[in-house]
Structure formats: structure tokens, C-alpha cells
Design a protein around this ligand. Structure first.
Ligand code: IPM
Ligand code: MN
Length: 373
């Protein structure tokens, strides 16, 4: 197959983690006889520096014309520490989500036995965790009217949802809950005891639920959900929630996996689909070759699956599990005995290319000769 992929490396560690994903894609292309054509485009702080615009039209154009988008990370401290900045990198990502109508962000949460010790939670709580968060992505408080009075003393952000916006993401989540291998359980996370928008979510989800009688639905207030994710994570199968709550609880859920650097995501909607790790731009690590590339590489596995390459996706996931089990992990996971971002990328690409011998010589890997281990 030949596929066009728009690559948006973005800011901070974005370029280095995305480079590992491309290595892996190239290994897949070679092994399975595919061709991936990459179109590199700008977004975020780097786009502001180069063009003055966090999302140039050319980037949108490229995404609209491609089969999938692979995105790295966004954000720069010079904007985070300046609340008065008129143009911000994140505006680029929000505008892209809106332009591509990516109304659902899908974040699977899985844990690896080899990393249980990294979580602040007891290992016993981490067994059998397999849930997925469906976060609404183009509505709510993120996109409502934002106001600041003339004196700069009162600010407001409107949270607004329509029935249609809730329905479309709810259908995706219910469909997913019905898939083979799922436990057919959907939890709507909201704040219906306080917010009108949450009451609308409950009403619409109750209606949608009647079309999926085999899916068990329950409702949970977000404050309780934040607690339950840590106390008893096994109870969740599919979580459906609005934009802001989804943003917050998905970062929280990453603690279960052991590091924010491990979690992938897919943003889907009406047009081209976008894949990105859930972590941010981690500017302190930029350029040091110490970032965790797994979130990006697992996002690439989701991309392959979406392109109809299920075996290829499975192989990438197997390769990731293999590196974790052999402790070929980045600095966020093991601050003492860690491997470089690029070495982990090489190892995963080698595994995909079937270049890994039965016995691995860690010494050679440390010398960064992964292709001849
Ligand atoms: C995410 C990020 C973004 C969000 C930021 C960078 C705008 O935190 O994708 O979770 O809040 O949606
Ligand atoms: Mn976030």
C-alpha cells in the first residue's frame, strides 16, 4: 500500500520522538512492501517563530489531503510564562482539531507488568487494567466564548455543548464498547450535579444507550472518577467524557502505566485522522535524546491499524513490549540505567525488521550499535 502521511513534529521533544516513529514506519514499509510518503509541516511555537502563525494554511491543506497525520508535541515555556501573549502555540493544535473536525480523542490506558514497580500504586491494583478514554475534542469550555473585561479584572470561559456534539462521540464510544474482547461497559464521567452541560450529556447518553442494549452504562461524577481511577482502575472499560474532564483524567490515568511518556492517542472525526502521544513538549528534555519515544511509537501503531494494517500494528506493539521487558527504557522510566530515545527507536525498528538475535548484548546497545547486536 502507498499512504501519504503529514508529519507535524511540533515543539520541544516532538521532533525527536517523531523521528523514532518514522524509523519504525520505514522498517514496516520495508518488511511489508508498503510505501509511506511524508509531508513535513509546521505547527506550534516553531511555526510562530518561522511564520508568525501557530497553524499555517499550508499545514491544514496538507493534513486535509493526506491519509493520516502524525503529530509530536506542542508548547514552549516562553508562552506558558506569559499570560498576556496574544498568539500561543496551543492555538495551532486547537485550530487543527477544529479544521479537521476531530471530535473524539481516543486514549487507551494499558499497563505493563514489567513497569508495575514504577507506578506509585500497588502492583495488585495494576493487574488487568485495560480501559480507554473517549474524550470529546472540539467542544466545551475549550471552544466557548472567552472574555476579559476592559480593566482586566474579570474573565470568563463559556462551556457549551449541543445534542449533536454529544451524540456523535457517544456513538463512537458505544460502538467501541461492543467490540469483541471488550467488557461492554461504558462509564459517562460528568458533573451533572452542578453543570447544565453535564445534565445534557446524561440525557443524550441515556437516549443513545437505548440503541446499544448489550452495553452496560453507568454514570460517575468527575471528582469521584478522579478518585476511582486511582482506587480501583480495573472497574473501567470505556470512559466517555467531555473535553476538559477528558484532558485531566487522561493525564491522571497515565500514572497507572508508569509514565506519561508511554501513552498514545488517536483523534478522529469527519476527515483525516491524527495520531499523537498524550505527553506535552517537555522542553527541558528537548534535543537531549532522553525523551520517551513509546507514546509516539504506539500512536504510530494506532495509525497503522487505522490504515488497515492490523498485522503491522501488532508487530509494532510486540516490539514495544519487548523493549520494555528487556528494560530498554528511557530516562523517565529508569533515571539511572536508561537508553537514549534514538537507541530505543533503533531497537524497535530492528525488532520490526527481524534483526534482533535471541541473545541481546546490552554492551553493544549501550555503544549504540543496536543494528549489530
Ligand atoms: C492534550 C494537550 C492539549 C489539550 C493542549 C496542548 C492544548 O494537553 O492534547 O491533552 O489540552 O487538549
Ligand atoms: Mn492534556
Amino acid at each position: 500500500m502507498k499512504k501519504n502521511i503529514t508529519v507535524i513534529e511540533g515543539d520541544g521533544i516532538g521532533p525527536e520522538v517523531t523521528a523514532q516513529s518514522i524509523k519504525v514506519l520505514e522498517a514496516i514499509a520495508k518488511r511489508y512492501g508498503h510505501e509511506f510518503v511524508y509531508d513535513h509541516q509546521l505547527m506550534g511555537a516553531i511555526a510562530i517563530d518561522k511564520t508568525g502563525n501557530p497553524l499555517p494554511d499550508e499545514t491544514i491543506e496538507s493534513c486535509l489531503n493526506s491519509d493520516a497525520v502524525l503529530f509530536g508535541a506542542i508548547g514552549h515555556p516562553k508562552y506558558d510564562n506569559d499570560p498576556t501573549a496574544k498568539v500561543r502555540p496551543e492555538q495551532g493544535l486547537l485550530k487543527l482539531r477544529k479544521s479537521l473536525q476531530l471530535f473524539a480523542n481516543i486514549r487507551p490506558v494499558t499497563t505493563y507488568a514489567s513497569l508495575h514497580h514504577l507506578s506509585p500504586l500497588k502492583s495488585k491494583l495494576l493487574e488487568d487494567i485495560d480501559f480507554i478514554i473517549f474524550r470529546e475534542l472540539t467542544g466545551g469550555i475549550y471552544f466557548g466564548k472567552k472574555e476579559l473585561n476592559a480593566e482586566g479584572t474579570i474573565a470568563s470561559d463559556e462551556c457549551i455543548y449541543s445534542v449533536e456534539e454529544i451524540e456523535r462521540v457517544a456513538h463512537l464510544a458505544f460502538h467501541f464498547a461492543q467490540k469483541p474482547g471488550r467488557r461492554k461497559k461504558l462509564t459517562l464521567v460528568d458533573k451533572a450535579n452542578v453543570l447544565e452541560t453535564s445534565r445534557l450529556w446524561r440525557k443524550v447518553v441515556q437516549q443513545v444507550a437505548s440503541q446499544y442494549p448489550d452495553v452496560e452504562v453507568n454514570y460517575m461524577f468527575v471528582d469521584n472518577a478522579a478518585m476511582q481511577i486511582i482506587l480501583y482502575p480495573k472497574q473501567f472499560d470505556v470512559i466517555l467524557t467531555e473535553n476538559m474532564f477528558g484532558d485531566i483524567i487522561s493525564d491522571e490515568a497515565s500514572v497507572l502505566a508508569g509514565s506519561l511518556g508511554l501513552l498514545p492517542s488517536a483523534s478522529v472525526g469527519k476527515g483525516t485522522v491524527l495520531f499523537e502521544p498524550i505527553h506535552g513538549s517537555y522542553p527541558q528534555a528537548a534535543g537531549k535524546d532522553i525523551a520517551n519515544p513509546i507514546g509516539s511509537i504506539l500512536s504510530t501503531a494506532m495509525l497503522l491499524e487505522y490504515l488497515g494494517m492490523a498485522d503491522e500494528a501488532l508487530l509494532v506493539r510486540e516490539a514495544v513490549t519487548w523493549t520494555l521487558e528487556h528494560k530498554f527504557v528511557s530516562k523517565d522510566i529508569d533515571p539511572i540505567n536508561f537508553y537514549f530515545t534514538s537507541t530505543i527507536g533503533d531497537l524497535i525498528a530492528d525488532f520490526v525488521s527481524n534483526n534482533i538475535p535471541g541473545v541481546v548484548h546490552a554492551q553493544n546497545i549501550e555503544l549504540r550499535k543496536s543494528t549489530i547486536i
